[in-house]
Design a protein around this ligand. Structure first.
Ligand code: ZN
Length: 182
């Protein structure tokens, strides 16, 4: 996995690009939470579920279908409270949650990601894997590995997410400043 500090950065980088949702901080918070939710599957490891099992780490919870279903459930709650296009909310939440598997597939360790679970439990990595994998052991992370993993994510994940955030904000501002035609 990438760390829980960096997965939410993707939700931040995507946020301004979704025109209908970008004024709603609750949706941003939901998107950020969904970027880290797939790693709740580590509970299964402690319960004895093998890593390579469909319900193991980077299995079903990291799949595109699971992201689509969870995004739909959260959308049904949020879109009712905030009067906004449900499709736009779903799309943002789906992209945020699905980004988790994409980041994991860019890491240099562990097993790949079961993007197509439950249809297939095959695990995938991208051919280019610049992100240093983070340990699942919290103690080892803070005592030993954490600094180098975070330093790696600062130069691999964060610049792209910050660029997404800033370019998205400026792009919308530039569009809003254009005189309307007609
Ligand atoms: Zn993960």
């Amino acid at each position: 996995m990438a760390t829980i500090f960096s997965h939410p950065a993707v939700a931040l980088g995507l946020f301004p690009w979704f025109r209908d949702v970008r004024h709603h901080k609750k949706i941003l918070l939901a998107g950020a939470a969904l970027t880290i939710a797939p790693d709740l599957d580590v509970i299964g490891l402690y319960a004895g579920i093998p890593y390579d099992h469909m319900l193991g780490h980077r299995g079903l919870s990291h799949s595109l279908l699971f992201a689509a279903i969870v995004a739909a459930l959260i959308t049904s709650i949020l879109a009712r409270r905030i009067e906004i296009s449900a499709r736009a909310v779903w799309l943002y939440l789906f992209a945020s949650m699905a980004s988790h598997g994409a980041l994991d597939a860019l890491t240099n360790g562990g097993l790949g990601v079961a993007f197509f679970s439950p249809l297939s439990n095959e695990r995938y990595f991208f051919p280019f894997r610049p992100i240093e994998v983070s340990t699942l052991n919290i103690r080892y992370f803070f005592e030993s590995q954490g600094a180098s993993v975070l330093a790696n994510e600062l130069v691999t994940v964060w610049p792209i997410c910050l660029m997404g955030l800033l370019v998205g904000i400026f792009w919308h501002k530039a569009r809003a400043a254009q005189p309307s035609k007609g």
